[in-house]
Write a protein that binds this ligand. Structure first.
Ligand code: ATP
Ligand code: MG
Length: 417
């Protein structure tokens, strides 16, 4: 039996990869306009980075990580997300010393052992941006506006920005206690998963999608009543900043996100066109991540968006992916003797950055010209042309044809394309 790709993975085939590149290029240009620089990190890290960074009681660490012991008996994990790795690198490479700011972005595969379904894979791809070293709410606005701008440039419609504050190490424990008391009193209405969350991470119950739990959560104490002055002030400034930029957003006091490192701002961008997996991007502030993984205090705020899901939404909304890639020139050989000359001219064109194709499989002239159909020009070479060191160049859009010295072909075509 032929081997297939592992469950939850998918191949990005040529019919899709050029669209994929369009998304990455658009993100890359936007990052540049916002002053973010590219950083690329290993795809595997020490397991501890995620268990300490993302948090022991999160879904990611509890059940979604690809963890294995390598031949040197180290516990290694395929990265489930990018933020912890970026922070690890910033600490290790001193990117944030003496109050300096690091604005970093990257894209690449992430791995989570999840139940595969539409928009949910075990190997999926994220575009990720992190702003490290700034405590100021302006940084939160910078990050949120960056993510919105990428989607605006991609032409995504029907998006909703949802924000919340999840407090800090000062006020969250107080809120946690209030929640614990509340949910404890409603124990018999909660699902089994939420019962296990009760002591470990009661905030996660707010996020449960099950109807019964959601109903209980509706009546839960409001986080806004527990925020300390600093967190409240920060949240107000973020909202003001978003309003200044004319963004509309929704507040959702139950948005807690699945990673422990968030402090203060948490946000998501949802699409009305994705069904159950409706989040295209998520992010927020994480002022305690650096110390959780053993570094000095470095505040940070960032977001990650799922490329696979962006692709789904763009296809659904008929968004443009720019120009379909096309070959400029097809070099056709009239007979077998001319095939070598055709390949030589093709290579000459390619060296001059003109995209060109010729037959490499022994096709007839007629079949070659059929292949040329999608190109702008056909160069035709036969024994007559070889004898005269010339080539016939046919403009395939208007059918006109000229015969020119072969040494002038590059210049001639360069003028036309
Ligand atoms: P979800 O609620 O859908 O599980 P999440 O909160 O786990 O998302 P994040 O950790 O915030 O996701 O990751 C940021 C983005 O990465 C998501 O908004 C989504 O677009 C994408 N993403 C996350 N998990 C997957 C997955 N398994 N397959 C495809 N895309 C994903
Ligand atoms: Mg998830």
């Amino acid at each position: 039996m032929a081997i297939t790709a592992p469950r939850g993975t998918r191949d990005i085939l040529p019919g899709e990869s050029w669209k994929w590149n369009y998304i990455i290029n658009t993100a890359s240009e936007t990052m540049k306009d916002f002053g973010f620089r590219e950083i690329h990190l290993p795809i595997f890290e020490h397991t501890e980075l995620f268990s300490r960074g993302v948090g022991e009681t999160t879904d990611i660490v509890e059940k979604e990580m690809y963890t294995f012991i390598d031949r040197g008996e180290r516990s290694i994990t395929l990265r489930p997300e990018a933020t912890a790795g970026v922070m690890r690198s910033a600490i290790e490479n001193n990117l944030c010393v003496q109050n300096s700011i690091a604005k970093l972005w990257n894209w690449g595969p992430m791995f989570r052992y999840e139940r595969p379904q539409k928009g949910r894979y075990r190997q999926f791809y994220q575009i990720d941006a992190e702003c490290l070293g700034v405590q100021n709410p302006f940084a939160d606005v910078e990050i949120i506006s960056l993510s919105i701008e990428i989607f605006r440039r991609l032409g995504l419609k029907n998006l909703e920005v949802v924000i919340n504050s999840v407090g800090c190490e000062k006020c969250r424990p107080i809120y946690r206690e209030k929640l614990l008391n509340y949910f404890d009193a409603h124990k018999n209405e909660l699902c089994e998963t939420c019962l296990t969350r009760l002591d470990r991470n009661p905030l996660r119950i707010l996020d449960c999608k099950k109807e019964a739990c959601s109903k209980v959560a509706d009546g839960a104490p409001d986080i806004y009543d527990s925020l300390c002055d600093e967190c409240r002030e920060h949240f107000e400034e973020v909202k003001k900043g978003l309003e200044r930029l004319n963004f509309t957003y929704k507040l959702n006091k139950r948005l807690v996100r699945g990673l422990d490192y968030y402090t203060k701002t948490a946000y998501e961008i949802l699409s009305g066109d994705l069904g159950a997996q409706n989040a295209v991007a998520g992010g927020g502030r994480y002022d305690n991540l650096s110390t959780a993984i053993g570094g000095n205090k470095i505040p940070g705020v960032g977001f990650a968006c799922g490329i696979d899901r962006i692709m789904l939404v763009m296809e659904q909304q008929n968004c443009s992916f720019g120009e379909v890639p096309k070959t400029d020139v097809y070099v056709a050989a009239l007979d077998n003797e001319a095939k070598g000359a055709a390949q030589s001219l093709t290579y000459e064109l390619r060296k001059n950055k003109i995209s060109a194709e010729c037959d490499i499989s022994g096709k007839s002239f007629k079949a070659q010209m059929k292949n040329a159909g999608s190109c702008n020009f056909a160069c035709i070479i036969g024994s007559e042309e070889i004898a005269k060191n010339s080539v016939s160049v046919k403009n395939l859009s208007d059918g006109t044809q000229v015969n020119i010295p072969i040494s002038e072909a590059v210049e001639y075509i360069n003028h036309q394309v």
